[in-house]
Ligand binder design. Sequence first.
Ligand SMILES: NC(=O)c1ccc[n+]([C@@H]2O[C@H](COP(=O)([O-])OP(=O)(O)OC[C@H]3O[C@@H](n4cnc5c(N)ncnc54)[C@H](O)[C@@H]3O)[C@@H](O)[C@H]2O)c1
Ligand SMILES: [Zn+2]
Length: 394
Amino acid sequence: MQPAPLSRSQEDASPLSPISVMLSGAASRHYDIVVRAGLLQSLGPLCQPVLLADARILILTDAQVAERYLSLATQTLQASGFEVVPCIIPAGEGSKTLAQAQKVYELLLQSGFTRKDAILGLGGGVVGDLSGYCASTYHRGMALIHVPTTLVAQVDSAIGGKTAVNFDRVKNIVGTFYQPLAVFSDPVLLESLPPRELAAGMAEVIKYGLIEASCLAENVADGADGYEGDFFGWLLNHTEKGTLRQHFPEMIRRCAAIKAAVVMQDELETKGLRFFLNLGHTFGHAYESLSQYGLLHGEAVAIGMVKAVRLSIQLGLIDPALEAQLLALYQPWELPAQPPSTMTFEPAALLQKMRQDKKNRDARIRLILPVKQAGQVVVRDDIPDAQILALLAE
Ligand SMILES: NC(=O)c1ccc[n+]([C@@H]2O[C@H](COP(=O)([O-])OP(=O)(O)OC[C@H]3O[C@@H](n4cnc5c(N)ncnc54)[C@H](O)[C@@H]3O)[C@@H](O)[C@H]2O)c1
Ligand SMILES: [Zn+2]
C-alpha cells in the first residue's frame, strides 16, 4: 500500500474549486460539491452560508464514524454558532430501514426541529441514504447536507439526490429524489476506511473512467467547469506511476463532476443518461446477490465491468487492449476480475438474476458496453443468451 500523503491536521493549501450542480425545475436549484483535504475541521464555516443562522443541525452518523469524527464535526459546527443534536445509528446496511427512520423522526420531533433546521449526514452511503430519506419526508422536506466519509459516498451516493431505505427485503424500494444544500467531501477521512471498502469505492471510480465521455457529451462546452476529459487515461497514468493516492482529492472531484453532469441532465432518471452509471452493474448485481452479499457491491461491479469489457471485445466494439488496462487499474486495490475460488456461481442462475434486473425493459437484458475508446459506451439489449452464458461460465 502506498503511503498516505495527506496530513490530518492541515487543510489542502490549494483547494480545488467547488463543482456546481445546477438543476432546473419549478424553481431553479443550485448547490455546490466541495472536495478538499482537511475540510472536516472547517465544517462550521462551510455550513454558515448554506444554512440559516439559527438553524439547528441533527448530525446523523453511524457508530464507527462517530467514534472517529463526530466530536470534531460537532466542535466546528458549535464554534460557528450552530446547535447540534447527535443521532448515532448502528453501522451497516441493516440500518437503512423504516424502523431506523422512525427513530430519527422521533428525535427530530422531541428536539423541536422544523423545516429550516438541517440533517447533516456524516457517513457512508447507508447514513447518506437514510439522512436524505428522513430530511425529504420530515416536515415535507428540511435542509440536508451530506458529509460523505467513504469513497463510495464521495464519488457516488452523496451526489444525485437518490434517497432510500430497504423494505421487505427489497433494497432501496422506498425512497425519494431529494437534493442536498451542499456536499462537503474530505478525502483525508478515507485514511481510516478498511482497505476492502476503499477498493470497493475504486471500482466505481474506474467505472467513471469507462463512461466519462458518454456522460459529458451533451453538456460540456470546451472544457467548461474544469472538465479535462480522458479520466481513464489519467487513472492509468497515475496507477502506472504509483501516484494515485496522492491525487485522491482530484480523483474524487473528477468523479463527482461526472456524476453531477449526469444528474444535471437527467435528475429523475427519465432520459436514460443516468443508466450509463450502471456499467458493470447488470452482471454485478447478479454476482452480488447470489454471493448472499459475501461480495461487496463494488467487488461485484468490478467483476461485472470485466464481463462487459470482454463482451465488447467479442463484439468488435472496442480495442482488446482495454481488458489489460482495466486489470492494471484493479491491481493496486486487489479488485477481483472474477469471483473468488471459494464461491461458486451457476451461470444459469446468474443469467436468471440478470433477467430480473429492474433496469431491464420488456424482459430483455440491457447492458452498457464500452465502444470505440475508453470513456464511450452504448446500450445493447440484443445480446444472445448463449453469449452471456458463455461469459458467465468463464
Ligand atoms: N443514493 C445513491 O445514489 C447510492 C449510490 C450508491 C450506493 N448507495 C447506497 O450506499 C450504501 C453503501 O455505501 P457505503 O459503501 O458507503 O457503505 P456504508 O455506509 O455501510 O459504509 C461502509 C462501512 O465503512 C464504515 N465507515 C464509513 N466511513 C468510514 C471512515 N471514514 N473510516 C472508517 N470506517 C468508515 C461504516 O461505518 C461502514 O461500516 C448502500 O446502501 C447503497 O445502496 C446509494
Ligand atoms: Zn454501484
